[in-house]
Design a protein around this ligand. Structure first.
Ligand code: PMP
Length: 359
């Protein structure tokens, strides 16, 4: 009998089984058309309906107002690291960034290519095990950038600095659509789809249109948000299959009850995980308790010599993807929207059994 797999991978990640089934069916015969989703034109009414539904579902689930434009773009969140400053930051102006880990660091590096960066808050000295509690944002900054969930460090902003006085830009790649936030208070939200929202290959970008058109530089057409808004995410051939999978995942999320329901489930999974972690002296969680991520739980072993044995046994029992990022070591359990509570119950039971044997 095949081992039951529990997918704790950090990304690409687990998606609902129904999404896998529907997506594979559409590859063979899309909406009973006798054609694959992979071979139809992107400007057909059939694909336009997919894109319209995906955009509509994002607006509905995030309760967006009329100023917020929803785009599906190529290039992963990494492209947004430069596309954001290219569209919002003049050469001589300042952008404020929070420095919370690997991903924020990459965003900062790209922003420096376009203007001045001020660090509004940093937890570098604490090895990124916390979220900054006090921010200093120049009132003249073009925007403040935060990484709402640091996928590698395992931290998450639980108090969003909505009132920072300047437009708020957020990389939500690893916690998009996992909890309720006041999404209309953000100037730009961007997220690669491959964790909570679908397959790799597409980015969700929510942009407040009033922020655009204020920089002096010439922006290449494909990188100018205004062109994508004008063309309804069809400036060029969009990543049709990735958008289709995102649409199916959004439909699933709505059917499950939307963000209030998924947030509750994510809280339940995270509480079970962290309560277990804190009860077992064999394991340690390096992140400050109040800043722990509901999505990516990072942990190490008190006796590092046991890590190999734990990893081997975990893999044998079907726990997939719990190895920590190569830059930090240890372990990481990613608990995205589609991960069932049963998988967290199985992992915490396994950890408890392991600890009992070693205790
Ligand atoms: N930001 C965060 C928070 C991420 O977790 C990742 C990917 N893991 C990225 C940005 C980069 O995304 P992509 O690989 O889609 O460019």
């Amino acid at each position: 009998m095949a081992t039951i797999m529990h997918n704790f991978n950090s990304g690409p990640s687990i998606l609902p089984k129904t999404v896998f089934e529907q997506a594979s069916q559409a590859v063979l015969n899309f909406n009973n058309s006798g054609l694959s989703i992979l071979e139809i034109g992107h400007r057909t009414p059939e694909f336009q309906a997919v894109l319209d539904e995906a955009i509509g579902l994002v607006k509905e689930l995030m309760q967006l107002n009329e100023d917020q434009e929803v785009l599906f773009l190529h290039g992963g969140a990494t492209t947004q690291f430069m596309q954001v400053p290219m569209n919002l930051l003049n050469d001589t102006d300042i952008a404020a960034y929070t420095e919370t880990g690997t991903w924020a660091g990459k965003a900062i590096k790209e922003a420096k290519l376009f203007g001045h960066v001020e660090i509004a808050g940093s937890t570098k000295a604490e090895n990124y095990t916390a979220i900054p509690k006090k921010l200093q944002v120049s009132p003249t900054a073009s925007y403040l950038h935060i990484t709402t969930n640091e996928t590698i460090a395992g931290t998450q902003w639980h108090n969003i600095p909505y009132d920072c006085g300047v437009p708020l830009v957020a990389d939500m790649s690893s916690d998009i659509l996992s909890r309720q936030l006041d999404f209309n208070k953000f100037g730009i939200i961007y997220a690669g789809a491959q964790k909570n929202m679908g397959a790799a290959g597409v980015n969700l970008v929510v942009v407040n249109k009033n922020l655009l058109g204020k920089v002096d530089r010439t922006i290449p057409s494909i990188l100018d948000y205004r062109n994508h808004i004008a063309e309804g995410s069809m400036l060029n051939t969009p990543p049709v299959f990735a958008i289709y999978v995102a649409m199916l995942t959004l439909r699933w999320l709505k059917q499950e009850g939307g963000l209030p329901v998924i947030e509750k489930r994510n809280q339940e999974k995270a509480s079970l995980f962290y309560n277990t972690l804190d009860s077992l002296p064999v394991f340690k969680g390096p992140v400050a308790k109040e800043d722990r991520s509901m999505m990516n739980a990072v942990f190490v072993m008190e006796d590092a010599a046991l890590e190999k044995e734990f990893a081997t046994q975990a893999a044998q029992q079907g726990f997939y993807g719990i190895k920590g990022h190569r830059s930090v070591g240890g372990f990481r359990a990613s608990m995205y929207n589609a991960l069932p509570l049963e998988s967290v119950q199985a992992l915490t039971q396994f950890m408890t059994d392991f600890a009992t044997k070693k205790g």
